[in-house]
Structures are given as C-alpha cells and as structure tokens.
Design a protein around this ligand. Structure first.
Ligand SMILES: C[S@@+](CC[C@H](N)C(=O)[O-])C[C@H]1O[C@@H](n2cnc3c(N)ncnc32)[C@H](O)[C@@H]1O
Length: 259
C-alpha cells in the first residue's frame, strides 16, 4: 500500500486553506512569547512545506526536516518556483542535529503523533529543546482524544487547484487504548484536468493522547519546557484555553527554560 505522503501535491491542496491562519498565529506567538526577535525557525515533519514556503516568503530563515524524500523534493521545487530559499534536511525528528540554534519551532497537524512511543515523543521534545535558544518556543498542535470520545471518526476534505479536484476521506479503522494507537485510513480520489482519475489508499498508525496523557508527557520535559500558552485549532491568540478534558484540538506553546 502506498503512503499518501508520497503524493505531497494532494496533501498540500487539501490543507492549503489552513496555512494563512496558522502562520498568522505563529507570528503573534513569536511576538508574545519570545524575548528576542524571531528570525530562525524550524519545522520538524515539514512535509510538502505549506508552512515553510509561507514563512520563507515572509523573510524568516526556515529549516524544514522530514523523513520523506518525496516531500522534500516537492518542497524544493515549490521554493525554486517562488524564488525562495530554505534549508531542507532529510532526517528523523527524534534525533536532530543542527549547527545553529533556532528562535522558534512548530509542528502542527498531528505530525507529532507519528511518534508511536513515549520514548520517541520525549526524545523528540528534548531534541527540539536542544536546538532552541533559551526563551525560544515550540508550537505543538495535535488532537487529544478524551476517554469518553467516540473513536469512530470520519473526516472528509475536498479541494481544487489548476483543474485537478481532490477528495480525501480520513477514517479511523482501528483504535486501541491499551497500545495507545489508532490506525487511520486515508483514501484519496484525484480527478485530473484530462479526466483521468487517480486513487490512493494508505493506512498509518498515530499515538493516542488523552488530555491527562498529554499532561504526563509534558511533565516529563518540564525541566526544559514550560507551558507558556494553550490554544486550539481556531488559532486565536486572544482565546487561550484551559488544560482540561474539553481540550481536544490542542495547540501548546512550549517555551524553553532559561537556566
Ligand atoms: C501530516 S504531515 C505534515 C506536513 C506539514 N507539517 C504540514 O502541516 O503541511 C506529517 C509529515 O511528518 C513526516 N514524519 C513522520 N514521522 C517523522 C519522523 N520521525 N521524522 C521526520 N518526519 C516525520 C512525514 O513524512 C510527513 O511528511
């Protein structure tokens, strides 16, 4: 079974409308939470680079890291077409290695939940902290799934661009509280301008977090990160959220502690 991450153009088409709101939130968070001007930023799991491209266009020095070379090739082409630059690195976000530190980093859209064990999740958070200046922030967005939530879930997205129309259905096909994993099946149907239809079906696991499990995870890195702010997928900096059972679309602003 192929992975839909091997088809970055479709991922980008479907989620491009979210990008401006996210980037606007990031910039407000940079101003509100980081004690120095933000110029160097990092996106672990950057994928096809919706966010990398937008931030590079705004003049930030952006580094995008991803495991998937096809995503990075696609992103490289997008940057070149726009006459923009960013550092693109193929690597694993649990063990990153950069020569220079960053002012801020961000990872939204459940990418963090690709890390399937506590060890990998903690290792990743520590790896980000290792590469941030003191006072730098990590904006981390992911769905939390409270114990009483219905695990049966289907999301449908559609988008059109350049004559291609894409429909994406994301369905939870397996959900296991014990192993802390759910399996998502992504079905993509793309109709090209010629009328030809391409179908892609891919399945992958994500780690499950209840609000309490997210709290426990963040407590494990409390020596390096404080929780500076909590928001949700409305990306509204004027509407902070409480860390309670109702927090299902969580957007954490973690700030690296200064010694
Ligand atoms: C949901 S996509 C997000 C793309 C991008 N952040 C966005 O919002 O458009 C998740 C990306 O994370 C990457 N990924 C998954 N596990 C990874 C890991 N351990 N290290 C680096 N990248 C990883 C995948 O290859 C994929 O491109």
């Amino acid at each position: 079974m192929s992975t839909w991450y091997d088809h970055p153009q479709y991922f980008d088409m479907v989620f491009r409308d979210e990008t401006a709101g996210e980037v606007s939130f990031f910039e407000k968070a940079f101003h509100s939470f980081v004690p120095r001007p933000v110029s160097r930023v990092l996106e672990p799991g950057c994928g096809g680079g919706r966010l990398v491209v937008d931030l590079a266009a705004k003049g930030y020095a952006v580094t995008g890291l991803d495991l998937n070379q096809r995503m990075l090739n696609y992103l490289g082409r997008r940057l070149r077409r726009r006459g923009l630059q960013a550092d693109l690195i193929r690597g694993d976000m649990t063990a990153m290695n950069f020569d220079e530190d960053f002012d801020a980093a961000f990872c939204t859209f459940n990418t963090f939940r690709h890390l399937l064990s506590d060890r990998d999740a903690v290792q990743h958070l520590r790896s980000v902290a290792d590469h941030l200046h003191g006072g730098g922030i990590y904006i981390l967005g992911m769905h939390l799934i409270p114990l009483d939530a219905d695990p049966e879930c289907i999301e449908r997205w559609s988008a059109s661009h350049g004559g291609t129309r894409v429909h994406v259905t994301i369905r939870v096909v397996d959900f296991n509280r014990k192993t802390r994993q759910e399996t998502l099946r992504v079905s993509v149907k793309a109709q090209k301008p010629s009328g030809a239809i391409q179908r892609i079906r891919s399945e992958f696991p994500l780690r499950i977090y209840t609000p309490d499990q997210a709290r426990e995870l963040l407590a494990q890195v409390d020596d390096v990160f404080e929780i500076a702010g909590i928001y949700d997928f409305d990306y509204d900096i004027d509407q902070p959220r409480k860390f309670d059972e109702d927090l299902t679309d969580a957007l954490f602003v973690l700030r690296k502690r200064t010694e």
